[in-house]
Design a protein around this ligand. Sequence first.
Ligand SMILES: [Zn+2]
Length: 155
Amino acid sequence: MHQQPVSDDLIRSFLQGRHVHCPVCHYEVRDLQDRRCPECGKELTLHLSPVERHLRLLITACTGLAMGFGFFAFVLLITIVQTIDKGQWPGPGYTFWVILIPSTLILGAALAVMCLRSSMFARAARRRQIAITIASWILSLILVTTLTVVIIRIT
Ligand SMILES: [Zn+2]
């Protein structure tokens, strides 16, 4: 994608009389006549950004799912290695596998959807984004708690 550079005039008129700080060194660049910060020497430009920030909620939702998925993937790997090592199928028992495998798949799929469809999340209404974020954490915590209870009971 071809990007047209922002003109020096546009940068100058933006900085005229405005209390703006250099994003690198925080030096005040008000009334700057050049596109370089006089303090750190970095070249500056202007860009648009959305007023409403959606990234914080997206990251919070993904963290909830990644936490759960990471826990399940770790337990799954350890269990598979131990079961093969001891040669005692089904290892910790069928209840354990019935919770472990579907939960790992559900959390992995949810995490993949969140990563691949992040633009849909960004376009969704704020209330819907909050609902998805809370649902991600609740799903993760319920599944992790359930497996933890099962592990405590069989050990
Ligand atoms: Zn600077």
